[in-house]
Design a protein around this ligand. Structure first.
Ligand SMILES: [Fe+2]
Length: 312
């Protein structure tokens, strides 16, 4: 039994020297303001996360991420296990936070008791005419041009120095379940896509992906958007705004998402995705190969970036 159970990712935290530059990018990426101070910018999606992205003034860096727990009770158990304090959060949504540091030094905030945000207006999901079934009748598709509509932070991907050590750290504390373990050769694991344990309630194929790398590094943070049309319209918008496109559009094997990867103005990789696999706890896990990790079912092949090994 783990000390607590993660319900979802909560937010990612970066540092940047100019909050207005990050703000412009995040607006074009499809996020909206959740709050700001003289030294921090909070952005949210259109779903219930009170904030999904925070930028603090400073030299460009990844500064950690947040995991939402099921209850304050579980947060207190986690704090007792870690001999850490339960603090009141003064960030959007409030609630309580326990600040941890993972084996590679990444800052991990465990959160509970936040006041969730009101859902903001999203594009209307329309039917698809497919497989000889015509359910979209007299209902033209006219997705509005402009940014995608980010719904929520979906997953975080970290390069870790010792996969088994980090896997145990996160599983012991947050109850993550392996959906696909990455094995270049049978029995040799270098990473895993892990999901939350929500029992019978479905959740994303992965909320956290850990991949062993020569040195610990932030790899990417991935934000769910409303739907495929919303992702494609947002792609065109980011291109028109001159932002740095990395990889996509395509469909992954492991998790099956339709993906589109970008770099923010300070070089951090962020992903738009939609239509990922949903699993319950009893669905268990499998093995993923390197070709499955790096390949696509359709769409743009992964660009040759020698320093990168998979994105997930
Ligand atoms: Fe991803």
């Amino acid at each position: 039994m783990s000390v607590s159970k993660a319900w979802d990712m909560a937010h990612v935290r970066f540092r940047a020297p100019d909050l207005s530059v990050m703000d412009r990018f995040l607006n074009a990426f499809g996020m909206v303001e959740a709050g700001r101070s003289a030294t921090a910018l909070y952005k949210r999606g259109h779903g219930t996360q009170p904030f999904a992205h925070v930028t603090e003034l400073g030299d460009p860096a990844f500064a950690g991420f947040g995991i939402q727990l099921n209850s304050v009770d579980e947060l207190e158990k986690l704090a007792a296990h870690e001999n850490a304090q339960v603090e009141m959060s003064n960030e959007p949504g409030g609630g309580y936070v326990v600040r941890l540091t993972d084996p590679d030094g990444f800052a991990v905030d465990a959160l509970a008791g936040q006041t969730m945000a009101d859902i903001l207006s999203m594009p209307r999901g329309q039917e698809w005419n497919q497989d000889g079934r015509y359910s979209r009748l007299n209902d033209p598709k006219r997705p509005e041009k402009g940014p995608s509509h980010v719904l929520r932070l979906g997953h975080v991907v970290l390069g870790v120095s010792d996969f088994r050590r980090s896997e145990a750290w996160y599983k012991d504390r947050f109850g993550f379940i392996t959906s696909d373990e990455i094995q270049p050769q049978p029995g040799i694991a270098i990473g895993a896509f892990m999901r939350c344990d929500r029992g019978d309630r479905p959740c994303d194929h992965h909320s956290l992906f850990l991949l062993e790398r020569p040195a610990p590094c932030f790899m990417h943070a991935a934000f769910e958007v409303a739907n495929l049309d919303d992702l494609m319209v947002g792609h065109d918008h980011l291109v028109a705004q001159g932002y740095d496109h990395l990889w996509g559009v395509g469909r992954h094997y492991l998790g099956s998402q339709i993906f589109d990867y970008w770099r923010d103005p300070y070089g951090h990789e962020v992903e738009h995705w939609t239509d990922g696999d949903q699993l319950v706890a009893a669905d268990g896990g499998g093995i993923g190969t390197i070709p499955e990790l790096m390949g696509v079912q359709w769409g743009m092949e992964m660009p040759p970036l020698p320093e990168e090994v998979g994105r997930g």
